[in-house]
Write a protein of this length. Structure first.
Ligand SMILES: [Cu+2]
Length: 331
């Protein structure tokens, strides 16, 4: 008999690299929980509502996404007095009609502040907040205060889920169900994969049979998914995409066609990239794209018509003559 000498598995290095990659990925996905200071500049020329202003935006950046308790400072780098007032300013259409008043909603108001001065506000609630300048109401901007998304999953009560998979037992303790979901922190619009396995707790062995079960998802008290299935080997998996944020429950019920069930819970968060998509585009101070579009709409058709007339005058005339000549020949 041949004796196989022990060799250190070569996989060690690969596993090491994988662990490092996973670590980098997981820390990269984390969001800082500390309050930040952010600055918005009111650029030179912002008070000019016309396209030829040197300012690219009235408030720069025009849409700023922050977290709750972040401090935003507006710095007046223009040569005129401005305000930062929450509410709705006016758009170019209203400006053209001579409307010169925005509508403040009372959440925040800097009052007038001079060139070189700044004004700060701490955002203590989540949501999207529009603002404008009461002196120049076409100056508009928006602050998006996104939810602080933890870098760990919690149950619906907000307790951190420390161990994966989450282990639950049926009421009669006859079946152990291990469930995990990936990603652990669930965001709206992102696919979640649920993986689960059934075990016999007394023997710690898998239930290697085709066990019937029903997988149910309940969100905000409403059943949003239900599927009857049978385990393959000892478990199964399901994919799901949540459209709404809020607490959710996952139930594995009717296990083995009995009343046995287990339930798990967590919280779904609003996807920051989806929130951003909902914000209407804040018009830039200088809108070259718009003026180019205007060129195409208003200047394009007359040029096309003129070109047609020229072509017709040149070729149409020749065609006409040719036709006449042919007619003459026939005569
Ligand atoms: Cu202003």
């Amino acid at each position: 008999m041949e004796i196989i000498p022990y060799r250190k598995p070569k996989n060690d290095k690969i596993i090491g690299v994988l662990v490092i990659i996973l670590f980098v990925l997981s820390t990269g996905a984390c969001q800082t929980a500390f309050a930040e200071n952010r600055t918005i500049t009111i650029p030179s020329g912002a008070s000019n509502p016309h396209f030829e202003t040197e300012a690219k935006f009235w408030y720069s950046p025009p849409v700023l996404t922050i977290h709750k308790d972040d401090v935003v400072k507006w710095l007046n780098s223009d040569t005129e007095i401005h305000t930062v007032t929450s509410g709705k300013g006016i758009d170019r259409g209203q400006l053209a009609q001579g409307k010169m008043n925005g509508t403040s909603d009372g959440y925040f108001d800097s009052g007038p502040f001079k060139p070189g001065q700044s004004w700060s506000f701490t955002f203590d609630k989540e949501g999207t907040f529009y603002y404008f300048c009461t002196i120049h109401p076409w100056m508009v901007g928006a602050i998006v205060v996104s939810q602080t998304i933890p870098d760990y999953a919690t149950d619906a009560q907000g307790n951190k889920i420390e161990k994966w998979p989450v282990v639950k037992y049926t009421q009669d303790k006859q079946i152990e169900a291990d469930l995990s979901w990936e990603p652990h922190v669930i965001l709206t619009g992102e696919q979640v994969t649920f993986v689960f396995n059934f075990y016999n707790p007394s023997t710690s062995s898998s239930l290697m049979t085709s066990t019937p079960y029903r997988f149910v998802i309940i969100q905000n008290g409403t059943e949003i998914f239900s599927a009857d299935d049978v385990t393959q080997y000892s478990g199964g998996y399901k994919y799901f995409v949540f459209n709404k944020s809020g607490p959710v429950e996952f139930k594995l019920e009717n296990i083995d066609n009995t009343v046995r069930s287990v339930y798990f819970s967590t919280t779904v968060f609003d996807n920051p990239s989806e929130i951003k998509k909902e914000i209407p585009i804040i018009q830039p101070a200088r809108n070259l794209e718009l003026s180019q579009a205007t060129m195409i709409i208003f200047v394009g058709p007359p040029i096309a018509a003129l070109a047609f007339v020229i072509v017709w005058a040149k070729w149409g005339d020749k065609l006409w003559k040719k036709k006449n000549q042919q007619a003459e020949k026939r005569e």
